[in-house]
Ligand binder design. Structure first.
Ligand SMILES: C[S@@+](CC[C@H](N)C(=O)[O-])C[C@H]1O[C@@H](n2cnc3c(N)ncnc32)[C@H](O)[C@@H]1O
Length: 264
């Protein structure tokens, strides 16, 4: 069911910024200094709220997203920083040659928050990200792993049952699609949910891609209750219990969000 942040872009921006200030920035600051000399890129920046706390610390920031409309919104929200040349916001694909040429070796920190689960071929995408890092640079990933109760993003469904039913996204694609149809979801929503099914990523797959890209996990935090559930469901964030985090199969089903910073 549509939440207020789905309809109101100001609310969405404010939530992105508050979550970033309270969780994303402090998490990254454990392994990397964040000050006026730090250059940051957010891939999948949407309205740009995640970047705001970094800009407030004086960082130089580039936000890039495939969704042109969302980038235009970001330019409005971050207009002061754009005018000071502290923020650059681009609707572009990071595989574009001119983007690579301009920004390779440019960033101390790259942020992907709630993005990697939407990206196809993560095994190719994660190594590509490393091209943009300065020596000693780090990449932050925060995402909802596939097997968690709402890992299919079914909360976006219009129907009450379809949006509240946990775990059914794990069904084979055809069965999942048939169930969404039977529950009365629109064609547009079904296509969006199929795309997420196609790009799904588990905790184990993510860690494997990181290892294959020759990156090391510098810090990780698993959450039983995702910090952004405060805005979605009114729930207080809760870290995952350590012993559950160490049981691979079980942890997959009851970890609603993971944060990682990785580097060489
Ligand atoms: C769920 S939103 C997350 C927005 C923001 N990072 C946040 O945490 O609120 C995912 C965003 O990633 C963007 N995105 C998906 N794949 C992308 C890609 N390959 N390159 C750049 N942006 C991408 C989408 O357009 C969308 O704006």
């Amino acid at each position: 069911m549509a939440l207020i942040q789905h309809k109101n872009v100001q609310v969405r921006f404010d939530q992105q910024a508050e979550n970033s200030a309270n969780y994303v920035l402090p998490f990254i600051a454990e392994t990397h200094v964040i000050n006026a000399a730090t250059s940051v890129m957010e891939v999948g920046c949407a309205e740009g709220g995640v970047l705001l706390p970094f800009l407030q610390k004086g960082c130089s920031c580039v936000g890039v997203d495939l969704a042109e409309g969302r980038v235009e919104q970001a330019k409005e929200f971050l207009i002061d920083y754009v005018q000071q040349a502290k923020a650059t916001l681009l609707a572009q694909n990071i595989y574009d040659e001119d983007f690579v040429e301009k920004y390779q070796g440019s960033f101390d920190i790259i942020i992907l928050k709630d993005v990697i689960e939407h990206v196809p071929e993560q095994g190719k995408f994660i190594p590509h990200l490393t091209r943009f890092l300065r020596p000693g640079g780090q990449i932050f990933f925060g995402f909802p792993p596939w097997h968690m109760p709402f890992g299919g993003h079914q909360q976006i469904c219009e129907g009450k049952l379809a949006s509240k039913l946990p775990y059914y996204h794990i069904l084979p694609r055809g069965l999942y699609t048939a169930l969404l149809k039977a529950l009365g979801e629109s064609e547009g929503n079904i296509v969006a949910l199929q795309e997420i099914w196609d790009t799904r990523i588990t905790i184990g797959q993510f860690e494997q891609f990181v290892q294959q890209a020759d990156l090391k996990v510098l810090r990780k935090q698993h959450y039983l209750i995702n910090p952004i559930y405060k805005y979605k469901f009114g729930l207080q964030p809760r870290k995952q219990l350590d012993f559950i985090g160490s049981i691979p199969y079980l942890r997959n089903f009851i970890t609603t969000c993971v944060y990682y910073t990785v580097g060489k």
